[in-house]
Design a protein around this ligand. Sequence first.
Ligand code: ZN
Length: 293
Amino acid sequence: MLSTSAEARAQLGPSRLPLSRLTTPAPGPLELPPLQARVLPASPQVWTEFVAETLLPTRQGNFRVRGYRHTVDGGKTFTEPCIIYCGEIRDREDLPVRVHDACFTSEVLGSLKCDCREQLELALEYIQKNGPGAVIYLQQEGRGIGLANKLAAYALQERGLDTVDANRALGLPDDCREYSAVRNVLDNVGVRSVKLLTNNPRKLAEISGLGVAVSGRIPCIVPAQRHSQGYLDAKQARMDHLLGRPTPEDDSDEVAASEAPAAAADAGAPRAKPRAARGRAGLACWPGVLVYL
Ligand SMILES: [Zn+2]
């Protein structure tokens, strides 16, 4: 096990806290309505620009997707958040919204080390069946440290560190995601208040602290698998995630499902019909709680 940040960096190469540098050129000339061309900035350094909206047919149904460019440094660098939604979301209160951070390793490569892909699928399926609703997708890989740093952290986890200690050994924060794009995008589409599909209390606090009206929480439970067990344990024990995790002795889908409703933060959360068939990949909805089976 590596004992210092310097040792870890020496073995794994330099690690820097990155900001995405997009090289994608601006799209061709677009006739954007003036009011949609730029969301009001929170500061002179932070703003979000609407670029385009389109219909996107997917395996889970049809969604509308709005793309943006977002900067937190006065336009030196940009990320490209988007909102994926179905139904009429303008002027909605209590809109179910998942704020989802990119995870290349699970969403593209099918990594089993985390639950990100399942949470995204869960959210998309939920809003498709219970819309209107939305997913705001942010380019914040590895809790904001970026893909290369995340792979470096994985390499340390192979040596016994958990996800938090691996970041610290590399001199990186536990979590450096920021959510100003969420506020700006929700302002842009005219959503009045949201119920966040999340298990992460930090995300709730950060987003509501930005002035977003958060009226409730919908837990989003993905039972641990062999490869994700340690990661989910660390998220619950060290980052206070509200996973309603059963103990190792009684770890089963039934326990996770029966415990999950107790974690629901809002009795008025949307209700979905239980799925009749179980035992295959898919979604089951308890009142206001999503569980990935
Ligand atoms: Zn992930």
